[in-house]
Ligand binder design. Structure first.
Ligand code: DGJ
Length: 536
């Protein structure tokens, strides 16, 4: 049957499903086309060792509870090629079949040469044979745990397995249940900035490649061109080229979008970030990675930070006209759920909290102590707003402008301009009344000091907005009103979009629901807001 479908597709009698792709927009945003239409990935990433059929019953219910539309799942080199040259894709087949039944798309994570930098997911025949698959060397010649990116035999072996995976996807997944593939996982090395093998030493003493000389506007040795960051740049170039060669070979078989993720060092301290780890697409090496890895569609941050300033800074690094914003891992603690507003508001093509299955393994202190009902709800309540309108939201966010914000440690207001309007988001306020009321006493708001709150605002027309949020108050005002001008709410509708993209109103907000701004409670809703100006 599958072969018949392939034959029909090849003969042109049946159109093959269009491949997912990421398309840059003239405004610097991106749109992720899945089945030929805009799609925003509301994902969840399974725990590392959930990549076996027996675990899947513990995965799907959590994905559904989250209102997620995509599962990110590891596919380990050790599991698909336990014996050299003998491939077993039975898990991939089960995964695709069950994903289809569960109406959830897939992003496969290729755990190959590097998984959180280490070779633990390489098959035993690779990781135990360090003559054929050498590990990096320290300056005094000792072995470091990480596999060297300068080894052709390691690259060829990894590439062969990855191409086998992509060949299997081409043949076994003609409908593209799998929409994207991650190449390796958190590439780089900790505790050693670069390999010191004889070959690495030789290359390090030589000039930077022409592409980097062009990028930096000067040639010379790594130290001359990159100064204090020479070792990081050297490792990044060679690891990025390695990943790129694997991606290129895989894409030649099935051209799915491919990306590499990075563990995040401090977003405010390049020197400390340069070693956490060294070699991956760290925020200070994005330009280099772009030059080195043209077959990697995007580089992406894994965000486990709890601090809103850091998260905002990281997002601003990876949100570039030449790099679609995508957050493949977000910490799954309740306080981190508010970052969904900032991520989706910026027009990200997708996001996935990490560890979203019921296998019971906790990710604290990076993420949640337990994936209990309240934790799940923190993410699910926000996903629920976007789940039904994911195609529509993807269209709106790609067209822009849109904006998203999460409460910071200072709980200060955040605001931005949309044409003649200013949108202001404030926190820790009762739904009724104003902060500066002195004529009546009120208790502090229950969210005071709590890491909750955020909102998204998308501009649909000069005076029209789509707004959603939780634990926040949103207000629009004229940015610079002329004499006698006043901005006013014309109409606020709560509702959603139906599948055809038509707005369906549930009710109109007015009176107490608009007199003190648009107050979003803990339960997010979607509003369509029309503003206007009256004169007098
Ligand atoms: C980041 C890695 O990419 C994941 O595979 C996992 O190890 C998480 N860290 C755990 O927080």
């Amino acid at each position: 049957m599958k072969r018949f479908a392939l034959l029909l597709a090849a003969s042109g009698l049946m159109a093959a499903a269009p491949l997912p792709k990421i398309v840059a927009q003239p405004n610097g945003r991106h749109v992720f086309l899945v089945d030929g239409a805009p799609f925003v990935m509301l994902g969840g990433q399974a725990n590392n060792s959930s990549n076996y059929p027996a675990m899947l019953p513990k995965v799907w219910p959590v994905l559904h509870a989250l209102h997620a539309n995509t599962l990110e799942m590891p596919v380990a080199w050790e599991q698909v090629e336990p014996v050299e040259g003998r491939f077993d894709f039975s898990f991939v087949d089960t995964l695709i079949r069950e994903a289809r039944e569960n109406r959830v798309r897939l992003v496969l994570l290729w755990f190959g040469t590097w998984k959180n930098t280490s070779p633990n997911y390489a098959p035993a025949w690779v990781k135990m044979d360090n003559a054929r698959f050498p590990r990096m060397r320290t300056a005094d010649g000792k072995a470091h745990g990480v596999l060297s990116p300068h080894s052709r035999s390691t690259l060829e072996a990894d590439k062969r397995a990855f191409v086998a995976l992509m060949t299997h996807l081409r043949d076994a997944d003609p409908d593209n249940q799998v929409i994207m593939v991650q190449v390796e996982n958190e590439i780089g090395s900790y505790g050693l900035a670069r390999d010191h093998s004889p070959e690495a030493e030789r290359l390090f003493r030589g000039p930077v490649p022409a592409a980097l000389a062009k990028l930096k506007g000067r040639g010379g040795t790594w130290s001359e061109v990159y100064g204090d960051f020479a070792e990081q740049a050297f490792a990044s170039w060679h690891m990025a080229r390695y990943a790129d060669e694997i991606a290129a070979a895989g894409k030649a078989v099935k051209a799915l979008p491919m990306y590499c993720n990075s563990a995040m060092g401090s977003p405010f301290d390049a020197k400390s970030a340069s070693t956490t780890p060294s070699g991956g697409p760290q925020w200070n090496m994005i330009d280099l990675w772009k030059a080195a890895a043209p077959h990697i569609d995007l580089v992406a941050p894994d965000i486990y930070n709890h601090d809103a300033r850091e998260v905002t800074q990281i997002l601003s690094y990876y949100d570039r006209p030449d790099n679609a914003l995508f957050v493949p891992e977000l910490g799954n603690a309740p306080d981190q759920a508010r970052y969904l507003w900032g991520i989706l508001g910026r027009g990200a093509i997708g996001v996935a909290p990490f560890g979203t299955d019921a296998t019971g393994y906790a990710n604290y202190p990076l993420g949640a102590k337990a994936l209990d009902a309240a934790t799940l709800e923190a993410f699910a309540s926000k996903y629920a707003v976007f789940a039904d309108i994911s195609r529509q939201w993807a269209r709106i966010a790609a067209a822009g402008p849109s904006w998203g914000v999460a409460k910071g440690a200072d709980a200060a207001d955040r605001s931005t301009a949309f044409g003649r309007w200013r949108a202001n988001v404030s926190f820790e306020q009762w739904e009724f009344g104003e902060r500066d009321w002195t004529w009546i006493k009120s208790e502090p708001h229950p969210t005071k000091g709590q890491p909750v709150g955020g909102a998204v605002v998308a501009q649909l027309g000069p005076d029209e907005f789509l707004v959603a949020g939780s634990d926040a108050r949103v207000r629009f005002s004229l940015a610079s009103p002329a004499a006698g001008e006043s901005g006013a709410i014309v109409r606020v509708e709560e509702g959603t979009y139906d599948e055809s993209g038509r707005w369906v109103m549930a009710r109109v907000w007015n009176g107490d629901q608009t007199d003190y701004g648009l107050n979003f409670t803990h339960q997010p809703v979607l509003l369509r807001v029309k503003m206007g100006v009256w004169r007098g």
